[in-house]
Design a protein around this ligand. Structure first.
Ligand SMILES: Cc1cc2nc3c(=O)[nH]c(=O)nc-3n(C[C@H](O)[C@H](O)[C@H](O)COP(=O)(O)OP(=O)(O)OC[C@H]3O[C@@H](n4cnc5c(N)ncnc54)[C@H](O)[C@@H]3O)c2cc1C
Length: 309
């Protein structure tokens, strides 16, 4: 219930204005966000790589409302990739991109604008020796995102997809994407979705996640298991053994600031672990979704607010 309210709040511009201006917010977001500048993302990436993990970096922002902003976000990714290349980090660090931040949501030819911008980012990533993963947003964008993915993969076959276990359609999408060379991040799904398209009970989402893992492990692609759920991580380990998958033929992914000890434990046991590192000023939607997922994050936020009074 609370989760649903917070997920809805993540799209409220009024609440956004209030929370973004609260002085305490900046302190709280530091736990989950690398910082505001490319230099912050690069510094945190270096620390994580030095610990033996890999990284995917997200420049925070979504639902871009004008062309100028979409192009500015694209330019930011090009600068980020140049900085990663210059610091020699691109063998362990890639980028995650939300298509709505680079034009997908613009009226008219938004899909074409997003594709053109994504091509520039994928080309810069290829030049730097790394990859791009397209984050998945709410279900109204799934078809468009998968169309853009399919077009991008013609020239950039390593472009990563994201599928959300909460959606009824996802098992079928997993089957379509479980082919050789196909990088697929499987997550539960962070958006509030209606019963017409998505499981409403978390147990059903978990069951769907397991079915999807079986399809991905059983296929020829590269599964990227994005979850902090201890039960699902344990099942992933058993499935990897059952499908004779060596570490490195799949990976675990977790968010920056979430279960850092578990991230290190998995990496030290020989698993490939990638940390999703967000940076930038536009942190509101991202933080609200994290609080919706985990009441402890909300408690942490409220405790910090209370202690500043
Ligand atoms: C790398 C990555 C990329 C993602 N990309 C996308 C995307 O493109 N699109 C999208 O819709 N969603 C994305 N997500 C978010 C995802 O869909 C979920 O909303 C989010 O990961 C929470 O689900 P969960 O699987 O961690 O399990 P939850 O159901 O949130 O938690 C299950 C259990 O995991 C444990 N747990 C969870 N979080 C923590 C924590 N912080 N500390 C300690 N224990 C914890 C608890 O035991 C909890 O009961 C991404 C997530 C990750 C990790």
């Amino acid at each position: 219930m609370l989760g649903r309210v917070l997920r809805r709040a993540s799209r409220s511009s009024r609440l956004r204005g209030i929370i973004e201006k609260a002085p305490v917010s900046r302190g709280v977001v530091a736990r989950f966000i690398a910082g505001y500048e490319i230099a912050d993302a690069v510094r945190v990436t270096r620390e994580i790589i030095d610990d033996g993990l890999a990284v995917t970096i997200d420049h925070l922002g979504e639902d871009t409302v004008d062309r100028v902003q979409a192009d500015a976000v694209t330019a930011e990714y090009l600068n980020l990739l140049a900085a990663l290349k210059e610091r020699g980090l691109t063998d362990r660090a890639e980028v995650s991109v939300k298509l709505s931040a680079i034009g997908q949501a613009l009226p008219g030819d938004g899909e074409k604008i997003a594709y053109d911008n994504a091509v520039q980012i994928c080309q810069a990533a290829a030049d730097a020796g790394t990859t791009v993963t397209l984050d998945m947003e709410d279900h109204t964008t799934t078809d468009s995102t998968l169309r853009i993915l399919s077009d991008l993969r013609k020239d950039f076959p390593s472009t990563g997809a994201v599928l959300q276990a909460c959606l009824y359609r996802t098992e079928e999408d997993c089957r379509a994407l479980a082919h050789e060379g196909s990088r697929v991040r499987l997550c539960k799904g962070a958006y509030s979705e209606p019963a017409t398209v998505a499981y409403q009970d978390s147990k059903d989402v978990d069951r769907s996640y397991v079915r999807c893992m079986k399809i991905l492990f059983g296929g020829d692609g590269y599964p990227m298991l994005a979850t902090h759920d201890p039960r699902l991580i344990e099942i992933a380990g058993s499935l990897a053994a059952r499908y004779r998958r060596e570490p490195g033929s799949y990976e675990y992914q977790m968010l920056y600031g979430a279960r850092p000890t578990e991230q290190l434990r998995l990496a030290r046991s020989g698993e490939m672990v990638r940390v999703y590192v967000p940076y930038g000023n536009d942190w509101y939607g991202y933080m609200m979704r994290r609080m919706a997922e985990r009441p402890a994050n909300l408690t942490f936020f409220l405790r910090t607010v209370a202690s500043k009074k």
